[in-house]
Design a protein around this ligand. Structure first.
Ligand SMILES: [Zn+2]
Length: 91
């Protein structure tokens, strides 16, 4: 296991950038990042371990998705669309 130090870079979710970005560790608690700062927008916040905070909208969406899935027996969570370039043969 590697030791994190102040000023080290960690990947974490930035609520301003709304994505995973590089963060600098501002403070450590029990050798885990406690406070981090986004290196893209310099927004400071608690270390989220790379997880996005669930918004109310997302929770509602997830609930809806679950209920829809629950009503369909054997439904796939995410059907993968097949994308294959159709090979054309010219004779
Ligand atoms: Zn950011």
């Amino acid at each position: 296991m590697f030791q994190l130090r102040l000023g080290d870079d960690v990947d974490d979710y930035c609520i301003k950038c709304k994505r995973l970005t590089n963060h600098s560790i501002l403070s450590l608690v029990n050798s885990e990042p406690a406070k981090v700062r986004c290196r893209t927008c310099y927004n400071e916040g608690p270390y989220r371990k790379g997880e996005a905070p669930p918004s109310k909208k997302d929770l509602k969406k997830a609930e809806l998705f679950k209920s829809v899935l629950g009503s369909i027996p054997g439904a796939q969570p995410e059907p993968e669309p097949e994308k294959k370039p159709a090979p054309r043969k010219k004779s």
